[in-house]
Design a protein around this ligand. Structure first.
Ligand SMILES: [Fe+2]
Length: 221
């Protein structure tokens, strides 16, 4: 009797291990798929090299400082990585236009969050990424797009992402300007606290030391 119980116990433990192994494998293949999709978006734009990975790393750090438990929401990183996936559907003529966009072109460009959400909508394992994809250009004061959400109507992950995105954009070189210093980027973000950004998130961002951002950049250089 005891031997039979031991045998069943060992069998259950083995099945548990196997299920965990399969889940890890599945998670790894999801991650590889998401990174491939994010790379596909960036391959079109030489000037944003590794932007998605950097902004995802900044975003996860900021989410952690804001008290979000990223392990309880593993899809958070997917949303950060895929935020601009809708740009796949925007024409090169608009995406790379060197001058000012016409009103129609700007409207077309502003459709990318909605197109992006439509792309990820049908994929079960990206359900948690949808909010960031759709709402990453909303503003705290309601003047953003595509839905004109304001304040806490904007999903928290999208509010976190917006700060991380601006920080990376400001501190990266562009063909028409050099990168800003961290200090200057902090100043710009603080100045937009309460208008573009959630003040709580902007404050939390300012608590992250430069060394932490440097460390993230080094690992992704
Ligand atoms: Fe975007």
């Amino acid at each position: 009797m005891q031997a039979e119980l031991d045998r069943l116990r060992a069998q259950l433990a083995e099945r548990d291990c196997e299920a965990q192994r399969r889940e890890l494998q599945l998670r790894a293949s999801y991650e590889a798929t998401v990174r491939a999709l994010a790379d596909a978006v960036e391959a079109r734009d030489a000037y944003t090299a590794r932007h998605a990975e950097r902004v995802a790393a900044y975003g996860l750090e900021l989410a952690r400082v804001c008290g979000m438990d990223a392990s309880a929401d593993p899809d958070l990183e997917f949303g950060f990585l895929l935020h601009d996936i809708g740009k796949i559907a925007i024409s090169d003529a608009i995406l790379y236009k060197p001058g000012r966009l016409t009103d129609d072109e700007r409207d077309a460009m502003r459709r990318h969050p909605v197109i992006g959400e439509e792309i990820v909508r049908g994929i079960d394992f990206l359900a948690g990424a949808r909010q960031v994809v759709r709402s990453h250009h909303e503003r705290w004061d309601g003047a953003g797009y595509p839905d004109g959400l304001a304040g806490e109507q904007i999903p928290f992950a999208a509010r976190v992402f917006a700060v991380a995105d601006t920080f990376d954009a400001l501190t990266s070189d562009r063909p028409y300007r050099a990168a800003s210093s961290f200090r200057e980027a902090r100043r710009v973000i603080a100045a937009a606290s309460g208008t573009q950004f959630d003040p709580t998130v902007a404050d939390a961002f300012d608590d992250i030391p430069d060394a932490r951002f440097d460390a993230i950049r080094c690992t992704l250089a």
